[in-house]
Design a protein around this ligand. Sequence first.
Ligand code: SF4
Length: 332
Amino acid sequence: MSAAPLVRIQHLTKHFNVPGSWLARGKGKVHAVDDVSFEIFEGETLGLVGESGCGKSTLARCVVRLVEPDGGAVLFDGEDITHRSMRSLRPLRRRLQLIFQDPYASLNPRHRVSRILSAALQLRGSGGQRGEAMNELLRRVGLAHYFAESLPRELSGGQRQRVGIARALAPEPRLIVADEPVSALDVSVRAGVLNLLRRLQRELRLTMLFISHDLGVIRHVSDRIGVMYLGKLVELADADVFYDQPLHPYSEALLSAIPVPDPEARATRRQIVLKGDVPSPIAPPSGCRFHPRCAFAQSICATQEPPLRQHLPGRLAACHFPRLPESRADAT
Ligand code: SF4
């Protein structure tokens, strides 16, 4: 991993208006993303995880400018792209590619795979060169060359997602944003697509923002993990230390819910059941947004928002009382 961040997200904010009937009742706006900052380094995969509705997909769409942020900045390769016009963004689109959750909805059902990939390979020289590049792309994603003549409906879900990945790779992007790329797939084919993404990371040194609600999935591909809760980034850490010892109580609860196949490990594992439901993003709680559900909350948590800050080398958490090794020891 190089020292230079390819992407800098600075205080990014996105609120959505809610339908008129809600507004009439004075309900305000959905706080989808609120003051989120992080960096993605060249050659790394940052996994962003959180329950559905936490704002991670909105954040991903802000990064590739499919959604206009309300505040903050998106810097790509040192350039501020936050307010670039759609026209001036066009050349940049090749360098920022998105892999969608639903491969079927993202592929034109009337176009054969060859046409879908040809469109993405537009800038790769002559027709012959594009043909060679297409065959190479199909090979890279584990599809035989004859799939070029298939229509999306003739492919399985896993094959369609491989076409979606090939299309994203075609313009040789600097950043790939993968938004829940395996969650619409059958469990039986998920592992194959995840293994493919891992192999491509290694072979092509991809830089990727990988979004998922599933910490088990994100573990397979991520160098670092970011955890979102109600529009806020609440933890950011290297993947290897995060899974062993998360600092934020919400991360700890999420991790405790991952299924454990080993019966012995399962027997000794303590699952943390969070109290209550996720609060409304229209009126998020004051202070720490997690405080109504947190087992470690104290009075300050309801009034003062904890900043995302470093508590251990390379490990950031937005918590007044992070789960540091000494605090765990005190609790036992
Ligand atoms: Fe819990 Fe307080 Fe930390 Fe929020 S700041 S996660 S309420 S301990």
